[in-house]
Design a protein around this ligand. Structure first.
Ligand code: ADP
Length: 285
């Protein structure tokens, strides 16, 4: 990896290995970073600038017939900070080049189709950064935990998802999958805070307490996701997210690394530069 503002190989360091156990993850850790939130904020701004520059190259390539794109998939329990990632990380780059999709409970129309139908329709165009706030992984998370389909149905989805992502990557999209992981107690604190402050009530959803009551089943479902869908073509990155600033820093680093990995130069001019300069001069200064 080339060194950017933060010389931390988040891409490899945050990948769950073959013996990864979610139960043993320290969600309050800040791997690769020893400073606090202030220092992280400065670093985040620097990574943002570097990312912005690379995004412009990606966009320029898309405009010149390039086929590459990036897809950031963000998963996590309620209150894990997905919204903050959207604002603080995705918000650092030019909105013109970003396609953001949030996936909620499927609409009646979506329900009439295969679960990947709505996902395929939301894949980023060439030159863009697609962002999924929740994703097809809900179809092996909430769907599994709430038994919305029989086990034999969700069981086969892991392989199906791997095949789907393989196809997407084959088409030129780099997939960055991040899972924001908080502790049970941290979630309690965040939900409690939403109930303490009138300016946070709007964020509180009584359903979140129901999901919280199923914490162990969700942990099990996430563990299965990491074991079965962290492939070489589209690996997972498990982000300790009790410290919001760390999660933002780590995700911005991953996005930056993905863009660096595209290894894009500025596209060459499709016109004769000298000729166009001469034409411009001829119109007067
Ligand atoms: P958020 O909680 O991310 O702020 P919402 O309040 O809109 O956003 O919640 C989205 C809800 O949609 C979540 O409870 C999530 O579990 C649910 N959901 C997403 N995808 C599916 C799916 N495929 N099947 C059932 N429920 C889903």
């Amino acid at each position: 990896m080339s060194d950017g503002p933060w010389a931390f190989d988040a891409w490899n360091e945050l990948r769950p290995g073959p013996r990864f156990s979610l139960a043993d993850l320290d969600t309050s850790a800040t791997p690769g970073f020893s400073g606090g939130s202030t220092k992280a904020g400065h670093l985040l701004a620097e990574i943002g600038e570097a990312t912005s520059d690379l995004q412009e190259r990606l966009y320029a390539h898309g405009r010149s017939g390039g086929t590459r794109s990036v897809l950031l998939v963000v998963q996590g329990m309620d209150t894990s900070g997905k919204g903050g990632i959207m604002r603080h990380v995705v918000g650092m780059v030019d909105p013109q080049g970003v396609e953001l999709h949030a996936f909620g409970v499927p609409t009646p129309e979506e329900r009439r189709h295969h679960y990947l139908w709505r996902i395929r329709r939301a894949l980023p165009l060439a030159g863009r950064i697609g962002v999924f706030d929740r994703s097809h992984y809900e179809d092996v998370l909430v769907v599994r935990v709430d038994r919305l389909v029989p086990p034999e149905e969700w069981e086969k989805r892991y392989d199906e998802i791997n095949a789907f992502e393989d196809e997407v990557v084959g088409g030129g999209t780099t997939i960055v999958k991040v899972a924001l992981m908080i502790s049970h107690h941290e979630q309690y604190k965040r939900l409690h805070q939403r109930l303490e402050r009138p300016d946070k009530y709007w964020k509180f959803n009584p359903d979140d307490v129901d999901s919280r009551a199923k914490w162990p089943a969700y942990q099990e479902a996430y563990q299965a996701v990491f074991e079965r869908t962290s492939t070489d073509v589209a690996p997972w990155h498990v982000i300790p997210a009790d410290e919001k600033w760390y999660a933002r820093l780590a995700v911005s680093q991953l996005l930056w690394q993905a863009l660096v990995g595209l290894d894009l130069d500025w596209p060459s001019a499709e016109f004769d530069v000298a000729e166009q300069l001469a034409r411009l001069e001829a119109t007067g200064t």
